[in-house]
Design a protein. Sequence first.
Length: 148
Amino acid sequence: IHMNNVKYLRAFEFGRAAFGIKNGLWRNARVLKAHLLISAQVVRYRRPVTLFQAFEIHSKVVHWEDRDIFIEQQMITVNDNFVRAVCLVKMTLVDGTLNDLLASLDVDPSSKPTPVPRDIQLFIDYNRASSARLNAQRDKLQNTKRSD
């Protein structure tokens, strides 16, 4: 018996919560009256986690730009240190500036990790392409409704 895919998402969510509490991200965003919303995420399942198999969630910020912070999370089983799943998350800052939030965490906004890992760049590119396609679809529908 292995863990259901939805439970991976739940474990990653708890991991992000703990990560944000530990590094002050959530507290500082609240003080700045800013909100971080998940605007995209993708999970890669590599091997199943079986019933009662212990694992850890490792989270790290891998990139930021504009209003977005990109977090990579790895689900690693304790007995063999194998990365069972990877989650990439794009969190978008609403009602605040990323520079202010980073400065509140004593992070220089210009010091972002470089170069951008290839898989992260592909994730960024996918989200941009998806937004462009959906915006074009929306515009087409709006133009159709106007002409009716």
